[in-house]
Design a protein around this ligand. Structure first.
Ligand SMILES: [Zn+2]
Length: 307
């Protein structure tokens, strides 16, 4: 793992759960992002590990963005630690009206537990944790309202899903010019300007090869920019494998029926592909198996990646 000060601790999770970052100081420990709701017990257990919080309390939870794999454990963390929660200011409408979360989660077959927040943070603002200042910077693209947090002291960036070692969080399909791709490129430009020494991504190990990661992310976005069909197919695969991670997999015989029952697949197909969704479940399983993301055995398809 890339070298980090002892006050910055990371529980590297998988693809259903984002990483948990604990920023430790005598003034109170701060947690960034809480994982997926179904794994909240595991998240709390990881936080109690001696390398994270141990038996210490938590002073605050801050979210990079309000997707189900980053806020799903918010309610459980608040129950366990009684700590206030800070969310990005521009996410407020999607949390105050929880029916927006419910509609989205029904659209893609995900789940998040409702929670109450006590504070907000916006780009240009900052907070103190781990004995240093963390600046909030806009991280649009994957989530147009998302933030990333940068500590100039030590050059540490908590990037959420704006930049991973090997890419970035999915961007929405859109006819060109794709505003989500444009926004994601802006976030990458911000990262380049900040020149972090080390990046703690929302998923995957912390890494130091920021130039390499930026190049990979830009080339992915270039491939999506003018190709809404490719972007839509990619989104379908990402949504499908994510749901399979929280469902534990699916019987091959059920795959087509499942895809027909989750609205995002029909919607993406109608808007961008026009191929019809007959047999789409099996096609997604086959594509994901070929990519090594799922394994089929005894009539059952399971994701291969860590939860
Ligand atoms: Zn994520």
């Amino acid at each position: 793992m890339a070298p980090l000060p002892d006050s910055v601790r990371v529980a590297v999770r998988g693809w259903l759960n984002c990483n948990q970052v604990v920023l430790r100081s005598a003034a109170g420990h701060v947690l960034v992002d809480s994982g997926y709701a179904a794994c909240a017990d595991e998240t709390l257990a990881r936080l109690r590990e001696p390398g994270m919080l141990g038996a210490d309390s938590l002073a605050r939870l801050v979210n990079t963005h309000c997707h189900s794999d980053h806020i799903g454990g918010n309610a459980a963390v608040a129950r366990a630690y009684g700590c206030p929660i800070t969310i990005p200011r521009d996410e407020v409408p999607t949390i105050d009206d929880w029916s927006i979360q419910e509609r989205w989660n029904a659209y893609v077959d995900q789940y998040a537990e409702p929670f109450a927040y006590q504070a907000t943070i916006a780009a240009g603002e900052s907070f103190r944790a781990a004995d240093r200042v963390w600046e909030a910077h806009a991280a649009p693209g994957h989530d147009m309202e998302g933030l990333m947090f940068f500590a100039p002291e030590g050059g540490i960036l908590i990037s959420g899903d704006a930049l991973w070692a090997d890419g970035l969080g999915f961007v929405w399909a859109h006819d060109p010019p794709n505003p989500f791709v444009e926004a994601a490129l802006q976030a990458l430009d911000t990262i380049e300007r900040l020149r972090p020494r080390v990046v703690i991504p929302g998923h995957g190990e912390p890494f130091e090869d920021v130039g390499g990661a930026l190049a990979k992310a830009r080339s992915r976005l270039a491939a999506f920019a003018n190709d809404p069909r490719r972007t839509a197919r990619h989104m379908m695969k990402v949504m499908f494998v994510f749901s399979m991670l929280h469902r534990g997999g699916i019987a091959i015989a059920e795959a087509n029926r499942y895809v027909e029952s989750v609205p995002c697949y029909r919607d993406l197909d109608e808007r961008f592909l026009g191929e019809g969704i007959d047999g789409l479940g099996l096609r997604l399983v086959a594509d994901l198996e070929r990519a090594g993301a799922m394994r089929v055995a005894d009539g059952f398809a399971r994701p291969t990646m860590a939860r």
